[in-house]
Write a protein that binds this ligand. Structure first.
Ligand SMILES: *Cc1c(COP(=O)(O)O)cnc(C)c1O
Length: 475
């Protein structure tokens, strides 16, 4: 299995060569040359597998430069009882006769990003060791991504993490989660500024090619293909748990931001998983809902992006969307490139003439949810089923209700646990969300964080002072 760029300017590369890279050299995103197919008979054979075993089967379709045995070792380490203490792992939690949650948030940071990051931590360590080199991950976070990355990379050989976060802008729970890590290879840097300031510093330092190369800077952002591949696994898992032997169709509803989570659902469907609909849910930042409703994709500016009570879905443009559009235009890199050129010059593109295919060919439908919808949904679900859901999952449950069909189970992806967003839960139902047992003492742990002015040069110096380099590559 080789990978090419959506924009056509990259010679085919094996998985491990795209693993540690961000964008393809031509500015596009890496995609598999062909999408592997899974037969109905194979699907049936997968019913008895554990999560780690299923991950090995599916990932080996996308990765042929790590042996199957080694891949099994990596998935076992990633999807261990230690990281995912719930029993069973990735459970289905019924809310009603029609709707169940797919429990993706039982990992170390209580959000679905752990599902992919835990694997990434294992694969990064493996590949860096094989190459005899190291990587310094520089990132910016407003909460979920940074903590998932830190918990995945903590203690991993060859990896050091420098994570910028906006001082005083994360919830107390999120701060405690990140800053309480005492691992030597994890550096939390609290910047005097907002998330965009942190992001700008990352761009400035990663854009300095000389510095980036000398200090082996890398990223674990949402366009990383390994994260998408890891996410494909839980669509299969959810389908296998929700259907009887012989199978039938299932719909998935996905609270969406950067289009990474639901893109994995699209890949699973293209692989042959019997998925009826992929329901895309957005909050007030509805750039994706607008596309699936009208065919027009019009990214917004930071100033046009609302700060909402489902903050991990507050996006202005959807970084993974390019991979879906690549399929939509028949995997034609020239067509794809001209659309993205038009985005640059005109700020939008219009695929209204393909609109019929969105649902008929690809199963996509969409809807939006507001702050009032989230509160009402959290309250209603709590009253009717006794289950507390987080605000992002609530966006999903709200939109899923618009697309229920007789005889088709609807699985809503649970993207975080309510304790991460306690303020909104209190507003909705007036109760304190439960803290999982193993995190009970989190707020009292000592915190390890460096405060810094909003200044790229100070961050640059901090990296110079704290990043290990392989002897042979010391500048
Ligand atoms: C990241 C995140 C999302 C959005 O997922 P995408 O892959 O960016 O579409 C939704 N909910 C939560 C809680 C998240 O952390």
């Amino acid at each position: 299995m080789k990978y090419v760029s959506t924009r056509g300017g990259m010679s085919p590369q094996p998985f491990c060569d795209i693993l540690l890279e961000g964008l393809a050299p031509d500015g596009g995103l890496a995609v598999p040359e062909t999408i592997p197919r899974v037969s109905a008979a194979t699907l049936e054979q997968w019913r008895s597998l554990t999560y780690a075993e299923l991950a090995t089967e599916i990932l080996s379709l996308f990765i042929d430069d790590i042996s199957r045995d080694e891949l099994a070792t990596l998935t076992n380490a990633a999807y261990s009882r230690e990281a995912f203490p719930g029993e069973p792992m990735v459970p289905l939690k019924p809310l009603s006769n029609e709707i169940s949650l797919l429990g993706l948030s039982e990992g170390p940071t209580l959000a679905f990003k752990d599902m992919a990051m835990q694997l990434l931590g294992q694969v990064f360590e493996y590949e860096l060791e094989r190459r005899g080199t190291t990587l310094n991950i520089l990132g910016a976070t407003s909460g979920d991504t940074g903590s998932a990355a830190e918990y995945a990379m903590r203690g991993k050989r060859g990896v050091t993490v420098f994570m910028l976060s906006p001082q005083g802008r994360m919830s107390a729970f999120q701060r405690a989660q990140m800053y309480s890590l005492q691992d030597e290879n994890i550096h939390n840097i609290a910047i005097e500024g907002v998330f965009d300031d942190c992001q700008d510093i990352v761009k400035a330092l990663s854009g300095d090619l000389e510095f980036k190369t000398a200090w082996r800077l890398g990223a674990v952002n949402s366009i990383n293909w390994a994260r998408i591949a890891a996410q494909v696994v839980y669509y299969f898992w959810g389908w296998l748990r929700a259907t009887p032997a012989g199978g039938s169709e299932v719909s998935f509803c996905v609270p969406s931001g950067n289009f990474g989570n639901i893109l994995a659902g699209h890949i699973a469907r293209e692989m042959g998983l019997p998925v009826r609909r992929l329901v895309l849910a957005t909050n007030e930042n509805n750039v994706l809902e607008e596309f699936f409703r009208t065919g027009v994709y019009r990214p917004r500016s930071a100033a046009q992006t609302h700060a909402t009570s489902s903050p991990s879905m507050d996006i202005s443009k959807a970084s993974n969307f390019e991979r879906f559009v690549f399929d939509l235009v028949g995997r034609d890199p020239a067509k794809l490139s001209s659309l993205w050129k038009q985005l640059e010059t005109q700020g939008y593109f219009d695929l209204a003439d393909r609109k019929a295919e969105f649902e008929e060919r690809y199963g996509f439908v969409s809807g939006t949810s507001s702050h009032a919808d989230r509160l009402a949904t959290i309250k209603r679900v709590h009253q009717e089923s006794g289950v507390l859901i987080d605000p992002h999952t609530a966006d999903g449950v709200k939109v899923a209700a618009q697309y229920l069909e007789e005889g088709v189970p609807m699985l809503v992806l649970e993207t975080a646990l309510p304790v991460k967003f306690a303020e909104t839960i209190r507003e909705a139902v007036g109760v304190e969300p439960p803290v999982p047992e193993h995190l009970a003492g989190l707020a009292d742990l000592p915190q390890r964080v460096v405060k810094m002015a909003c200044d790229a040069e100070q961050v640059r110096q901090y990296i110079r002072d704290h990043a290990p380099l392989p002897e042979s590559e010391a500048p």
